[in-house]
Each structure stands twice: as C-alpha cells, then as structure tokens.
Ligand binder design. Structure first.
Ligand SMILES: Nc1ncnc2c1ncn2[C@@H]1O[C@H](COP(=O)(O)OP(=O)(O)O)[C@@H](O)[C@H]1O
Ligand code: SF4
Ligand SMILES: [Mg+2]
Length: 433
C-alpha cells in the first residue's frame, strides 16, 4: 500500500459561469520517502490537485468524486477533525509566494514557534530550541539572531527557507511544495532545490514537487505526473518520462527545456492556449495544439494505456503503434506460411485498422480490448484455414490468416478508423478489398 493513493480525483469550482472542471480524473501513488513531480503549464490543475488532498479549496471548490487515501485512511468526506490532524502533522505544504504565507507583523521566531507549539507537544522553551534547529537545518545563518527579525528583513530565498523550516517543524510524512522556487531568481532556485533534496535524503520524507518546469524535476523526482487540462496525460518514472515520452504534450514540454543535446539550438515553446475548462472537448484536450493530431483525436479522447508497469499515457499514437505492431507480426506470420506479399500486407492493414477500429467503436477505448477482438478474429481464421488446408499448418503459424476473415469483417468497421497505414504496401491494381 502506498503512503498516498489518489484515484480518479475530480474537483470542480461551481461559478456563476458554470462548473469549472479543474481536475478531471487524476490518479497517482506516492510511496514513503519518494519524490513525485507534478508538471504542467499554468492552469492545468496542479495546485487544485494538492489543495484537494489537503482540503483547502476555495469556497466554490468541491471534490466531486474520487478517492484520496493517506496511509490507508480515506480523506474524501473524512471531515474537518481528521483533516486538521492530517494538515500540518502528516502532510505539510509550502506555497509559491512565501510573503503571503508569513505574517509581516510577527517575528520569524514567533511564527515558527507557533507552528511547533500547535503541532507538537513541546513547551515554549523546547519550541524555541526546535525553531533554531530548524533554521539551522535549512541553512539560515545566525539563527538565534534571525529568530527575532521580521519577514521584511529576509530576502525572498531566505523567506522560502523559513517556510520550508515551518513546514518541516512537525516532521510530516509528506511535504508538498507548490512551485516553491517560481518567485525566486535562478541561483536561489537552485539553492532551494538542493536544500529540499538534502532534507529529503536526511529526513526520508516523501515530497510532492509541483512545477511548470520539467527541468526542475529532472534531478529530483522518482516519478512524474504530467498534467494537462486537469487530467494527467502521462505518468511514469523519471527515466520513462525523459527518455521515452509517449504523449505529444510531454514531448512538447521536453522540447521546450534546454539540455546538453539542444545547446546552440532554438528551444521550441508549445504554441496555442490551454483549453477552456468550462467547455472540455470530447476529444483529446491537447488536439488543437498538437502537430501530430489525427481525426480520431478530435472525435474521442484516448484512454490511459499501460505502457509498462509504471508508465501510462493517453495518446492515440500509442494505440496506433500497438495496432501496427500486432499487424506487423501478423504479416510476418502470414508470409511465413507462404502467403504472397500483397495478401499479407492486406492482413496487416486490416489488423491495424481493426486495432484502432475496435477501440474507436467501443466505449472503452483500451487496446487490451482491441487485442481481444483481434485474438478472436485470429482464432476464427485459424479454424477456417485449418479446414481449407486440411490441417497442414500448426496453430501458431497461421495466426496471420485470421485477418483475412477479419479484414472482410472489418471492411465496414474500419471505415471509422483513421487511415490505417499499409505496411510498405505498393499500390496494386484491383485488389481483394
Ligand atoms: N477559486 C477558483 N474559482 C474558479 N476556478 C478556479 C479557482 N481556482 C482554480 N480554478 C480553476 O482551476 C484551474 C486550475 O487551477 P490550478 O490548479 O491553480 O492551476 P495550476 O496548474 O497553475 O496550479 C484554473 O485554470 C482555473 O480555471
Ligand atoms: S491523442 Fe492525438 S491530439 Fe492528443 S496528443 Fe496524441 S496525437 Fe496529439
Ligand atoms: Mg498552481
């Protein structure tokens, strides 16, 4: 069981203009001691996701459905008493702008001690010592002197260190950092990130790191959730996201950050504007901005497809690729049993269209289902070929022929699939189709 399990979370704001679906179907796990990055452009629902976890939403906001489990305990609908214990004691949050979270009229020491007294059973003297210790931990020089100063006497970076100290004072299991470095300049940003990494190593807590910048999470995170229009379009280990991105939005984000490989090249920002959350489209929300968009992308959103045990993405290109792989392997098998090239290519094309067609036609757009359909078609065809060829072939070899029948069956159905790719097939005069 993961320390934090978020499942199909939906959070909306009920405004005069209508229901703003800020979070629509976010799921992820966070294990003890791990760092999870939530990445996405401004307005993609990152903050609302974590505010939902903490249940600190603006009055118009409400968790509409889904589950959030902390250490096995359901937090959705748990009530304020449970949440008060969770907030501060179990899960702490630091915000983007430390100035709005610090009270300008009290000293830093007073505010740190207040947090410690509220969340632990230390007395005043112990709280003072703990506050000094925390300031030292976050690398604030002369902590005793700093305790007596006011927020305006601290620089932006120093204030963010104080906020981290405050969030850590009660030794939370999870620290949520909501764009903690956005308001800071680049060198200070690097220092704060380094500090968070150091603290994570020393204290072993789990961290949710929110940022609009993939570069920030590159070195820090074990897993990454990429958010777009309130959903996650891709999630996976840092390696999977960085070395094998499988959603066009993630690919766009990666193209827009500088790397050693892109040195000297112009970075490519993602053009276009984010989607209107009041009127979510029925297709892929990224389609209007996606260079690779196909017709199907506009008609229907691709479901999240498992690419590995840890990697998921919702992009039609993956469904297409999977259908193509199945088609290619069918083609190989068809040729192996002596079928001529054109017929084999017909099969591959039909299977590919079938893979997509099946997904398009069914409400559940899942390639597992497409595969099931293909498997059934293969079996039917195997039977037919066996009858025709008087059983000279083994079952495994004739898999490809299945598509002959399947291709006839698919004649109508594949009309709804986006142009299936013919496997290197030359145009031929008068075919079977
Ligand atoms: N208090 C609110 N009232 C209405 N809509 C809101 C409110 N807060 C957030 N939203 C909506 O939720 C979307 C996601 O916001 P947010 O999670 O803050 O984005 P970000 O990814 O930048 O953190 C916003 O684009 C906005 O449409
Ligand atoms: S599903 Fe289509 S529009 Fe969406 S990212 Fe993939 S290719 Fe682009
Ligand atoms: Mg935010």
């Amino acid at each position: 069981m993961a320390l934090l399990e978020v499942r199909d979370l939906h959070t909306s704001f009920f405004t005069d203009a209508g229901e703003v679906k800020a979070v629509n179907g976010v799921s992820f796990d966070l294990d003890r001691g791990k760092v999870l990055g939530i990445v996405g452009e401004s307005g993609s629902g990152k903050s609302v996701t974590v505010y939902s976890i903490m249940q600190i939403l603006a009055p118009a906001g409400r968790i509409v459905s889904g589950s959030i489990k902390f250490d096995g305990q359901e937090l959705v609908g748990a009530g304020e008493k449970v949440m008060r214990d969770i907030r501060g004691n179990k899960i702490s949050i630091i915000f983007q702008d430390p100035m709005t979270s610090l009270n300008p009229t009290y000293t830093i020491g007073h505010q740190l001690m207040e947090a410690i007294l509220l969340h632990t059973d230390r007395n005043k003297e112990q709280a003072w010592d703990r506050a000094v210790e925390m300031l030292r931990l976050v690398n604030v020089n002369e902590p005793e002197k700093r305790m007596k100063q006011y927020p305006h006497e601290f620089s932006g970076g120093m204030r963010q260190r104080v906020m981290i100290a405050m969030a850590l004072a009660c030794e939370p299991d999870i620290l949520i950092a909501d764009e903690p470095t956005t308001a800071l300049d680049v060198t200070i940003q690097a220092q704060i990130l380094e500090l968070m990494q150091q603290l994570q190593r020393e204290l072993g807590m789990a961290i949710i790191m929110i940022t609009h910048d993939l570069g920030v999470v590159a070195q820090m995170c074990d897993e990454i959730v990429v958010m777009y229009a309130g959903s996650y379009c891709e999630r996976g280990t840092a390696d999977e996201i960085f070395y094998d991105p499988r959603h066009e939005y993630t690919k766009g984000l990666l193209r827009s950050i500088p790397t050693m490989g892109t040195m000297g090249q112009k970075l490519q920002p993602i053009t276009g504007t984010p989607i209107d959350l009041l009127n979510l489209p029925k297709g892929c929300p990224f389609a209007p901005r996606c260079d690779a968009a196909m017709k199907i992308c506009i008609r229907q959103a691709a479901e999240n497809m498992d690419l590995s045990e840890t990697h998921k993405a919702s992009c039609w290109i993956n469904v297409k690729q999977k259908a193509r792989n199945i088609g290619a392997s069918a083609m190989q098998k068809a040729q192996k049993v002596g079928m001529d090239y054109d017929d084999a290519a017909d099969i591959a094309t039909a299977i590919e269209a079938g893979g997509l067609g099946a997904s398009v036609l069914s409400a559940e757009v899942h390639s597992a289902q497409a595969e099931e359909e293909l498997e059934a078609a293969r079996k039917r065809a195997a039977k037919e070929v066996q009858e025709e060829s008087a059983g000279n072939l083994s079952d495994g070899d004739i898999v490809g022929d299945g598509a002959l029948i399947h291709s006839r069956e698919m004649g109508n159905r594949s009309a709804s699939a986006p142009n299936p790719t013919v496997h290197g097939k030359k145009p031929r005069k008068g075919g079977k189709r």
